[in-house]
Design a protein around this ligand. Structure first.
Ligand code: PRP
Length: 186
């Protein structure tokens, strides 16, 4: 079994890597159609988006460039406040560029709502969003994914780039973290 060594830390696998890869392949075909004849810049949001960026970019059968941002939302514990600070900005000038933000998850949506507006204000020709996961029951901000992998329940998930205290990002699948793993430190 894949997670024998940490089986007592995870409740269940929600999305396998095989399911995610198949869905990202479908989304890649949609993106190829939608951006036909246009240059496309993928903007990944560190650190959670590393895995989805790696899989999605490699699923694309067309030229593409990539850049990265790191942002931090002011908040406490597992809730974000919507006030966002840029820790690492783009290296690319995005004036008149078609930008597709690549994210691991829309939780409250506050990060992406801010980021979309921020990139539009820089003069991008368009800004769309690809998110591997969304928690519909947690979304507060007015933000929709133009390309969405999977809707998941409002549970604490890890793997495929998602962490708890920087752990578990490397897991291939998206799994629910056993509540006792974070209950003990709150
Ligand atoms: C996570 C995730 C999104 C954001 C989603 O990032 O990668 O960027 O939170 O939350 P929201 O929809 O409620 O704004 P995090 O700040 O944990 O940083 P990380 O990507 O480095 O793990």
């Amino acid at each position: 079994m894949r997670y024998d060594d940490i089986a007592d830390e995870l409740d269940e696998v929600l999305v396998t890597h095989e399911q995610m890869a198949a869905r990202l392949d479908e989304l890649a075909r949609e993106v190829e159609r939608d951006y036909d004849g246009k240059e496309l810049l993928l903007v990944g949001v560190l650190k959670g988006a590393v895995m989805v960026m790696a899989d999605f970019a490699r699923a694309l059968h067309r030229p593409v460039t990539m850049d990265w941002m790191a942002v931090s939302s002011y908040g406490h514990g597992t809730t974000s406040s919507g006030v966002v600070r840029i820790l690492k900005d783009l290296d690319t000038d995005i004036v008149d560029r078609h930008v597709l933000i690549v994210e691991d998850i829309i939780d409250s949506g506050l990060t992406l709502s801010w980021l979309r507006d921020n990139l539009l204000s820089r003069g991008a020709a368009s800004v769309k969003i690809l998110a591997a996961l969304r928690k519909p029951d947690a979304v507060k901000a007015d933000v929709t994914a133009d390309y969405l992998g999977f809707d998941i329940p409002n549970k604490f998930v890890v793997g495929f780039g998602l962490d708890y205290a920087e752990n578990y990002r490397h897991l291939r699948d998206v799994a629910v973290l056993a509540p006792r793993m974070y209950a003990q430190s709150e």
